[in-house]
Write a protein that binds this ligand. Sequence first.
Ligand code: ADP
Length: 519
Amino acid sequence: MFSPPEILHVLVRLRIDALLGIGVALAACEIARRHARRHGAGGDFSRVVCLTVVALALVGALLAEWTALVLGYPASTTLATLALARAAVLGASVVLGIVLLVTALRLALLRAELRAHADTERQLQQAKTAADNANRAKSDFLAVMSHEIRTPLNAVMGFASLLAETRLDEAQRGYLGTITTEGERLGSLINDVLDLTKIEEGRLILERLPFAPAETAYEVLRLLSARANEKKLDLRFEAQIAGPLLVAGDPLRFRQILVNLIDNAIKFTPQGSVTLFLAWTPPAGAGSPHGQLRVRVRDTGIGIAPEKLRDLFQKFMQVDTSTTRRYGGTGLGLAICRRLVRLMGGEIEVTSTPDQGSEFSFSLPFTDVALPPATHAAPPSPAANRGHIPRILVVDDMETNRFLLEVFLRRNGFAPELAAGGEEAIRLAAQNTYDAILMDLQMPDLDGYTAARRIRAAEPPGRHTPIIALTASVAKDTREKCLAAGMDEHLTKPLDLRKFKAFLDTFVRTVAPAATLAV
Ligand code: ADP
């Protein structure tokens, strides 16, 4: 066995400590390189760092040799002191090298991580752009599709309503009833899909008009009472509102929510009752201008299983697959209700017990207003203006649409003339004086905008023929584009012919540029 002084002697003589130091430096470099490669930072970890570390170990080895001279070994110092001094110098150089190595490695890893983040961010950005494009394509597709569906639907519904005024036997009336009901369902499905798209794209802007919630509720109940009567359901209304309440909000959207909820309650209640509760809590004090309108729709119907309640407000959600077959519907109504209630600042909730019934409820913040609601003057009837039969130019490239409007206008005391395209409309408008022009927008020869612009430009001073755009397009800027092209109003198809008649009575006789009437 060797004694410690003999080991020290061999260590110093053969420079084993120095070799060990260089070996440690080389091994550390290799480990660091592999680590960097494993974490995708191989390219960021420079070889220069390894060369520097090995160079530091070599310098340490040289300095270790130099200690013998500095300490005056063997004359003035012992072997143990020399070994200690060598170990200190070598250790310091190796530690320095390793610190350098670790720092360089961490920097390389950090750089690789930043690059990975940047890559992920770029990919996310690309994915977002792709999703935005897909969303835009979906909206465009929906707008085009709804246009394509609305145009023939308009003709089907129009002719159905003309047919209803002719002599029909009982069976034929039944068929016509089915055509009308299914047509209305198709129309409301298109409206639902469009509403949802509008809300999801943030394009739905709520109105702020004075309205009486109790009156709106009453109207909705009256509208749906026929269906409740058919099923022998008790349709009730309970209101806790002190005095006549007028609030500022969007009456149409409020009505839409009520119609959806009460219609569902009637649909899913085979017997018993459906009750609408309204309760108004006035603003708490001067600090808060909003009161709360609490709305509850309770039924004694089939109820909803607890596990289905969570997803009830998702799009196309129907509690069981036989729902569509048994009750109809699309599963969009509640999704729209939830989004509308949220837009109005509330949250819709539901509680339900299977076979006992359900209750849908929400509270909306409203300010109550002292203004009386705007009253619309009754439209003057054509009879009031018997001396003159208004001439109306119908411009549409589709024969069925022209025919429908011709029959409708003739029947209602107007004198229609027809143009199958934009060029023909311009020619006729230059030759004749019309009381109004009904202008389709999409026509193959010349679109409605250009035709309207040219008709306006050719009008003699002092004349302004009302031009009303009739289109199935639901694109959001259609109305603005129509007004910019010199048209006076824009109505979407399918037209409700009864309301359209009232509109014409008002519009054609009391020419009101850019009038806003709901048709
Ligand atoms: P739709 O009525 O067109 O199917 P909704 O979104 O309005 O779509 O409703 C989604 C589903 O929620 C319905 O299909 C039905 O299963 C369930 N549901 C809604 N209201 C009620 C209710 N009052 N009672 C029982 N189930 C209901």
